[in-house]
Write a protein that binds this ligand. Sequence first.
Ligand SMILES: *Cc1c(COP(=O)(O)O)cnc(C)c1O
Length: 403
Amino acid sequence: MSDAALAIPAETAPSESDAFIAAVLDRMAAVLAPENGPYPLHEPRIGGTAWDYVKDCLDSGWVSSVGEYVRWFEEKLVETTGAGHAIATVNGTAALHVCLLLAGVERDDEVLVPPLTFVASANAIQYCGAHPHFVDIEPVSLGVDPVALQAHLERIAEMRGDVCYNSQTGRPIRALLVVHCFGHPARMAELANVATRFNITLVEDAAEALGSTAGDRSAGCHGRLAALSFNGNKTITTGGGGAILTDDPLLAERAHHLTTTARVDDPMAMAHDMVAFNYRMPNLNAALGCAQLEQLPELLDSKRQLAARWREAFAGLGGVRFLDEPSWGHSNFWLNALSLDPPYAAQRPLLLTALNRAGYHCRPFFTPLHRLPMYQDQPMAPVPVAEDLAARGFNLPSSAGLI
Ligand SMILES: *Cc1c(COP(=O)(O)O)cnc(C)c1O
């Protein structure tokens, strides 16, 4: 909604805008003293046993994709999330790619996905030769809106046998890729119902949501498959890394096979039985991951405390709204966010300039993916909520180390 963003009320006096920006800076300073900055958007907190595990891994010589830390990291992920199986990968994008392949996504299929997400969500769809089909979000969690999704599918979907087709493009709609934006859980129960009704496979992009829950289950344990990310800017990091979660033992086995170049399990043969990927997480990264998972409860606790401070600081300031966790789950508060009320939306560039200049690294929400050059001509539902919020929202410094 760049049009709305441009609709600056002509009568907005500069002084009024300055006063608003000063008020926001004031509230920021109440949480993070400017003299102690600058404050990056998100920094890892590496401590605990990290040095010991990484040194042990180096000493062992098992630094690459075979090793005890990878297995241990996967076991710990299973424990942490409650998923049946976890397969560690080189990054979250690779995990997403394999999730979609295992969900049966093929060339010229369509995958439903929200536009307000990191570009990897759509790139992974494209890696399968399929097309992202953008659907709108709801304003509470910024996750896919199940009501709007159902209405859209009722309008355009056509069941042929048990396969859902987009009647406008003639292509199968194979999967729904739900994103837990900034760590806030999407409305999984309702989304699962819509997916079931149209026989569309539910996959979760839980890259931002380790430690979040929707209902009584972890984010990443609602779909048939889910992807996590452990990039340096995520809640825990392995340097670069990701994981595939699934409850299905057969899918887990195939995920393992697809990510390890389809190596045949035979010590007497160096053979492969299909074209596959070199997507396994190296042991060195997994060693760091094991230490980070031990720290996860304390990281989540710090992030929750920081979110409480932001919430309190901005409560009662007209013109901004703190994006809080939804009633249907718990957020890991990966990235805290504010949205400007519509009359203030046009001030975002000035405000962000002032905030960044003062040492608060704040950035606007993701540009909606259908606004990027490579995704401009994809099938889509009307996405007024995504467009509106993308124009009004920005993220606040959110590192666990700030507490
Ligand atoms: C970070 C992220 C990814 C990709 O993870 P990488 O590990 O950076 O490849 C995918 N989807 C979303 C929503 C993300 O935030």
